[in-house]
Write a protein that binds this ligand. Structure first.
Ligand code: FES
Ligand SMILES: [Fe+2]
Length: 437
C-alpha cells in the first residue's frame, strides 16, 4: 500500500479517485450543508431555487459579494467532517497506517465564471474588512465596505496579491503556477482536491508534473513562477463532481481561469505522513497548525499541534539542477509605429516552432513559425497581463502561462468573450520579415 503513497507524493504525480466519496454519500452531505448555509445567509426561497437549478448555477442566485460569508458558514459546519474524511481517505487509499498529520486549514473554493464574477464591486480589500462571523448583517456590511475609502491599511502581501490580480473580485481570483511550499505549505504534503459541483475542464486545476522536479525560480509575493521559464502544455485532470484529485504539494500547479458557465465548488485539505517541514524562501502565510490523525479519530480538536515555520525549516541540499528553457528575446530599440512595416530579421533566423519575444519600447509581441507560416501576436494576456512568451503553443493555439487561457493564433479570440489578443501581420519579402501594426 505504501507504494501508492510513493507514486503519488514523491514523483510529482497525480491521481483521481472516482468512487471513494460516492460510497460515503459525501456529495449529498456537502450539498445539503451548502443548501442549509444558503438558507441561513440568503433565506429559504434562494436556497430552494439553487436546489432546483443545481449548485453549479450558484452564480445566478447569489451575488459574489455574499460568497465570503457563505464560505464562512459552510466552513463552520463541515470542517470537522473533512478532517475525518481526510484521515479515512489516507488510510484506505494511500495506505497510511502510522500516525500522520492533517492541516487544520481547509479551504473552500467557490469560483464564478469569469465574465460574471468580474462585474462584482466587492474586491479583496473590501472583503478583508468584513466580519464574516456576523452573516446576519452581511448586506449592511457589504454596503458599508463599498463606501469605505479607508482600505489602504492592509498587509503588504495582500496588496501585492491584489496588484497581481488587477483588483478583480475574489470570486474570480486565479493562482499563477506555483508550488505550495513557495506559499508556506509543508514539504511532502499531499493535496486533496475534492470536486463538489460545477467542475469542468474549463475551470479545473492546472498541473505541470513534467517540469516539477526541475530547478524552477519563483517571484516573491505573490510567489508564482518567475518569467523566462517555458511551460509545457497545461494538464487539467478530468475530475468528475463528487470525485477527488490528489497531488503532491511540490507539483507545479495553477488555477484555470473559469471560462465555463458553471460555478466551480471545490474543497481542499492537506495531509502529511511526516512531521511538517517548510521552505525558508517565502514570506507568505504560515500554516503551523495540524491535527494528528489519532486526535481526529478521537474527536480531539481543542489543541492542534503547532509546527512554526522558523522552527521547522527544511535544510535543502544544494544540488545542481538544470534550469528550464527560456525563449529568445529580440530587443528593438524603437517604438512600434502605426501601419508602417518594421524590419525584424531574416526569415531563416526563426526556427520552426520556436517563439521569439520582440521587445519594442512601447509594446511586446510574440513571433513564431509553424508549418512554414509566420504568426505575430500581442504578448500580454488581457486577463491579468502575464506575458504569453512562456506559454505552450502549437499551430492553432497559444496557452497563457498564467491561468491556462487558450488563444486562437489566427483570430486572437480566447474562450472568454471579453479577453482577446491583437494579431499582427507578418510579411516575408525576399526572405526578410516585416511586422505591420
Ligand atoms: S489567463 Fe490569466 S493572465 Fe492569462
Ligand atoms: Fe496551491
Amino acid at each position: 500500500m505504501l507504494k501508492n503513497y510513493q507514486i503519488y507524493s514523491r514523483k510529482y504525480e497525480y491521481a483521481v479517485f472516482n468512487n471513494f466519496f460516492k460510497k460515503l454519500e459525501t456529495k449529498d452531505f456537502v450539498a445539503s450543508e451548502l443548501f442549509e448555509s444558503i438558507k441561513l445567509l440568503m433565506g429559504n426561497a434562494c436556497a430552494n431555487k439553487v436546489k432546483k437549478s443545481g449548485l453549479e448555477n450558484l452564480h445566478n442566485f447569489i451575488p459574489c459579494e455574499y460568497l465570503p460569508f457563505l464560505v464562512k458558514i459552510l466552513q463552520k459546519r463541515i470542517d470537522k467532517f473533512f478532517l475525518h474524511f481526510s484521515v479515512l481517505f489516507a488510510k484506505k487509499k494511500l495506505g497510511l497506517r502510522k500516525n500522520f498529520f492533517v492541516d487544520q486549514s481547509i479551504i473552500y473554493r467557490i469560483h464564478y465564471p469569469f465574465e460574471i464574477g468580474k462585474k462584482s464591486n466587492l474586491k479583496k480589500a473590501n472583503y478583508l474588512k468584513l466580519n464574516l462571523d456576523h452573516y446576519k448583517s452581511a448586506k449592511q456590511q457589504i454596503k458599508n465596505s463599498l463606501k469605505n475609502k479607508n482600505l489602504h491599511q492592509i498587509e503588504k502581501r495582500f496588496k501585492e496579491a491584489i496588484k497581481y490580480q488587477r483588483n478583480l473580485p475574489t470570486a474570480v481570483w486565479c493562482h499563477g503556477p506555483h508550488k505550495d511550499t513557495w506559499f508556506g505549505h509543508s514539504y511532502n504534503g499531499i493535496n486533496i482536491w475534492y470536486a463538489v459541483a460545477g467542475v469542468t475542464k474549463k475551470n479545473g486545476v492546472i498541473l505541470y508534473p513534467s517540469i516539477s522536479a526541475k530547478n524552477l525560480k519563483h517571484l516573491r509575493s505573490p510567489n508564482y513562477i518567475a518569467p523566462g521559464q517555458l511551460l509545457p502544455k497545461p494538464i487539467i485532470p478530468a475530475v468528475n463532481n463528487g470525485s477527488l484529485l490528489i497531488f503532491n504539494s511540490e507539483t507545479l500547479h495553477a488555477t484555470r481561469i473559469n471560462t465555463g458557465n458553471t460555478t466551480r465548488i471545490v474543497i481542499t485539505t492537506r495531509i502529511n505522513p511526516f512531521k511538517p517541514t517548510f521552505y525558508d524562501g517565502t514570506t507568505e502565510a504560515e500554516y503551523p497548525s495540524w491535527f494528528s490523525a489519532q486526535d481526529i479519530e478521537k474527536n480531539i480538536f481543542e489543541s492542534p499541534i503547532s509546527f512554526p515555520r522558523k522552527e521547522n525549516l527544511k535544510l535543502k541540499k544544494k544540488t545542481k539542477k538544470t534550469p528550464i528553457k527560456s525563449e529568445r528575446v529580440f530587443v528593438i530599440n524603437k517604438q512600434l509605429p502605426q501601419k508602417e512595416p518594421v524590419y525584424i530579421c531574416k526569415s531563416q533566423k526563426i526556427k520552426n516552432n520556436e517563439k521569439i519575444l520582440l521587445k519594442f519600447q512601447n509594446r511586446q509581441i510574440i513571433l513564431f513559425k509553424s508549418e512554414s507560416k509566420f504568426h505575430a501576436l500581442s504578448a500580454s494576456c488581457p486577463h491579468v497581463g502575464i506575458n504569453l512568451i512562456d506559454g505552450f503553443h502549437d499551430k492553432k493555439s497559444i496557452f497563457c502561462p498564467g491561468h491556462g487561457l487558450r488563444f486562437d493564433v489566427k483570430s486572437g479570440f480566447s474562450e472568454c468573450k471579453s479577453l482577446r489578443i491583437k494579431i499582427f501581420r507578418i510579411k516575408n519579402i525576399s526572405k526578410k520579415l516585416y511586422l505591420i501594426n
